[in-house]
Design a protein around this ligand. Structure first.
Ligand code: NAP
Length: 269
């Protein structure tokens, strides 16, 4: 039996187990997906222990995504983003496992699923935390020109510096940049706890494709207001789905059964 899993703390409400196990069921695989909650000080020992136990792959979530970089051999994208959410143990046993960031692929593939091309587009990312870094690198690597807007301007500037060739500003810069943009990603937690949007509704328009990383609730105020103005809207479950799809495909070398995984995920949201 192959064992995959998730390292995080807490992981009790994670949607990854049902999503991945739906893929194993669909493909008739003898595999399980298990959650682990190590103490923050024990992350290195947890990853070494997983390797010793023959675990095939691990996802990594809050609060370990940044610290995991120190315990794996990160690929170029994960190193640039500064966070690992997927560990692959299939390489040389004498070496550390490889670390990857499939949140970026989650963003790229969410847009592709909705037939939104990114090359040459003007894009705006709201936020400068972990999800925003993954989104910003995904968009920039796909050839979009990216503006970062964040409540804490210094964080936006740091991310824009890391991206090279991008611009940054505070939330007040959103209205003018979104009005002129074709792609928008909300990668803040705004919209989760309260029915508020981080983007002024007046800036939204029909030539915009909007991805909201927030997936609880699925239909955020930002998405509702964007839809009312004729924009293409993409909810946060797509990003969650495609980061999982990308991890599954890396670990197994097989095409993921996307529909089965999507159904399992959405049944729980
Ligand atoms: P994070 O690293 O803690 O970053 C949080 C971001 O939200 C920061 O940019 C922060 O701005 C901003 N923010 C928080 N409260 C705000 C407020 N009241 N007004 C304006 N900005 C505010 O978190 P994260 O891991 O990037 O996650 C961000 C969101 O993305 C969460 O809702 C998370 O659930 C979601 N997410 C979704 C997926 C998916 O697959 N769909 C994956 C990862 C994350 P400051 O820098 O100014 O503090």
């Amino acid at each position: 039996m192959d064992v995959f899993g998730l390292l995080g703390n807490p992981v009790g409400h994670s949607l990854s187990p049902p999503m991945h196990e739906a893929a194993y069921d669909e493909l008739g695989m003898d595999a399980r997906y298990v959650t682990f909650e190590p103490d923050p000080d024990d992350l290195g020992r947890a990853i070494e222990g997983a390797a010793a136990l023959g675990i095939s792959g691990l996802n990594v979530t809050i609060p370990f995504k940044e610290d995991a970089l120190d315990h794996v051999d990160p690929d170029d994208l994960a190193a640039r983003i500064g966070a690992v959410n997927t560990i692959d143990f299939s390489g040389d046993e004498e070496k550390p496992p490889t670390g990857h960031n499939t949140d970026a692929a989650g963003v790229r593939r969410s847009f592709a699923h909705h037939d939104v091309t990114l090359a040459g587009k003007d894009a705006v990312v709201v936020g400068a935390g972990g999800a925003a870094r993954a989104a910003a690198f995904a968009l920039a690597d796909a050839g979009a020109a990216v503006h970062i807007a964040n409540r804490t301007v210094e964080r936006a500037e740091r991310l824009a510096d890391d991206l090279k060739g991008s611009t940054a500003g505070g939330l007040a810069s959103l209205e003018s940049h979104v009005s002129d943009a074709e792609v928008l990603v909300n990668a803040t937690s705004v919209g989760m706890e309260e029915d508020v949007s981080p983007v002024p509704a007046e800036a939204l328009h029909a030539d915009l494709a909007v991805l909201d990383a927030v997936y609880r609730p699925l239909d955020t105020r930002l998405l509702r207001e964007a839809r009312e103005r004729g924009a293409t809207t993409i909810d946060g479950a797509w990003m969650l789905l495609y980061q999982g799809v990308e991890a599954f495909e890396r670990w197994t070398g097989r095409d993921a059964p996307v529909s089965a995984m999507n159904e399992a995920l959405r049944a729980r949201l």
